[in-house]
Design a binder for this molecule. Structure first.
Ligand SMILES: *[C@@H]1O[C@H](CO)[C@@H](O)[C@H](O)[C@H]1NC(C)=O
Ligand SMILES: [Zn+2]
Ligand SMILES: [Zn+2]
Length: 438
């Protein structure tokens, strides 16, 4: 963190804690939360979320979702550009001039059947918003409305990034290639969390989510009659030993950041009870928290698969399918943004509701933004202790606690508003700048 940033942070903390009731400008985080909790505002956000939930669309097919977003932005009088990355939308609120700060929501659903029976259940068989991206869109539209109605407080421009295809499609990467981050100084993103209590948030500085990639291996031998295996080169046996050996690459260390995972989730071979097949295809995912460990793991997977197959006289070809399924970098939060986030969130919900967390093996394509510009990602609690426990993301029983929507909307809006103030103060601190260059 540069000297000017420290100066700003101290000023911001001082100003947030001491002046929260006076001039109406400095108390924006709790003010935005109250605003988002108003009944008409809440009902509108819930309506948007339910409409998207009923019509889930997969990555790069979010045409109706994108249309709904544009219709809402039109109603609010917010300018936007479209399309980015097929269905993506980028909105602009504020002065229209630099500095620019971005807020991001993902729009895609998952190819799975919803099992929750309720009034607004998915109307599309085998498609479901089981990761909460419907709520992410509703919260970013909520933030848009807060910001638009308080646009005279903005010291620059907020860029709303509605992206396609987070679930494996690397929509974030496509948005960047299409120019969504042009001139943007920083970006914020959130994800709903089923286990974290409602009204709380959690994150950490440094690596938060893992880098992840996929692999597929075709292991070939020589097929034949199952009664005379000695005349065949059995790829089923070879693949089984490959999988056992891959288990040795998994490590769970005391420092979670040193942990890594390899999981084989696909195994296809043979079709008859009495025929040894010519080949077997296996596939899976691998994860680690740094680019270096990730690269080493990729290398080891290739060595283990080909080496262990050779032990069984089989040939193996490993394909990491980077074209179709790009590797996701680790999601890494900048330390100064973490401190900034803590200050804003504590001001809104109280410091005791702002939690630290361990890094998770999940992955997020938000990491592509963080490779380009400073970015910050956090989790938003949904669990109300007095209500039934919520199922985790990607469960067919996944549900959103809609009471979390105002928190997400207000946090988004506050993070953007405050960050533009920070950038303005940097411009007004030429001495701080000077110190940076020493
Ligand atoms: C949790 O749910 C109860 C009962 O539905 C409700 O009264 C309460 O306000 C909720 N808690 C929060 C923090 O919203
Ligand atoms: Zn997901
Ligand atoms: Zn998700």
């Amino acid at each position: 963190m540069g000297f000017s940033n420290w100066v700003f942070l101290v000023l911001l903390l001082y100003w947030l804690t001491l002046t929260s009731s006076s001039d109406g400008l400095s108390d924006f985080p709790p003010r935005f939360l109250d605003y988002a909790k108003r009944q008409d505002f809440f009902d509108w956000m819930v309506g948007v979320r339910r409409k998207i939930h009923e019509n889930p669309e997969l990555g790069y097919e979010e045409f109706e979702t994108s249309k709904l977003i544009r219709a809402e932005l039109d109603k609010m009088g917010i300018k936007y550009k479209y399309p980015y990355a097929v269905t993506g939308v980028v909105g602009f609120i504020g002065t229209g001039k630099a500095p620019f700060v971005a807020l991001r929501a993902d729009m895609d659903a998952l190819p799975m059947q919803e099992m929750v029976e309720w009034e607004h259940k998915s109307k599309v068989p085998n498609k479901m918003h089981a990761c909460g991206h419907d709520s992410h869109v509703a919260m970013l539209l909520g933030a848009a409305r807060i910001l638009q109605e308080h646009r005279e407080e903005l010291k620059g421009t907020v860029v709303l990034v509605f992206q396609p295809a987070e679930e494996g499609g690397a929509g974030a990467k496509q948005m960047i290639d299409a120019g969504a981050l042009e001139n943007v100084k920083a970006i914020f993103g959130l994800h709903v969390d089923s286990k974290l209590p409602l009204g709380e948030v959690a994150s950490r500085p440094g690596p938060l989510l893992a880098a992840s990639g996929f692999f597929q291996a075709v292991i070939s031998g020589k097929g034949g009659h199952a009664a005379i295996p000695q005349h065949s080169i059995d790829p089923i046996l070879a693949a089984s030993n490959v999988i056992v050996s891959l288990q040795h690459l998994i490590s769970r260390e005391a420092d979670p950041l040193d942990s890594q995972v390899v999981t084989v989730a696909k195994f296809q071979g043979g079709g008859a009870f009495n025929v040894i097949p010519d080949s077997v295809t296996i596939g899976g995912t691998f994860r680690a928290f740094s680019k270096e460990s990730f690269k080493q793991l990729r290398q080891r997977i290739e060595e283990v698969v080909t080496g262990q197959a050779a032990v069984h006289r089989c040939k193996a070809v490993v394909d990491f399918q980077e074209k179709e399924k790009p590797f996701f970098p680790p999601t890494v939060n900048k330390k100064d943004l973490h401190e900034y986030f803590q200050a804003i969130a504590a001001n809104m919900i109280g410091a005791e509701k702002v939690k630290s967390m361990q890094p998770l093996m999940g992955s997020e394509d938000f990491s592509f933004y963080q490779e380009m510009i400073p970015g910050y990602f956090f989790f938003l609690g949904m669990q109300n202790e007095t209500q039934k426990p919520l199922q985790s993301a990607h469960s067919p029983y996944f549900e959103i606690n809609e009471d979390a929507l105002p928190y997400g909307a207000a946090l988004h809006a506050s993070l953007a508003t405050g960050y533009l103030l920070e950038l303005q103060s940097e411009v007004h601190l030429p001495k701080g700048r000077h110190h940076d260059e020493l």
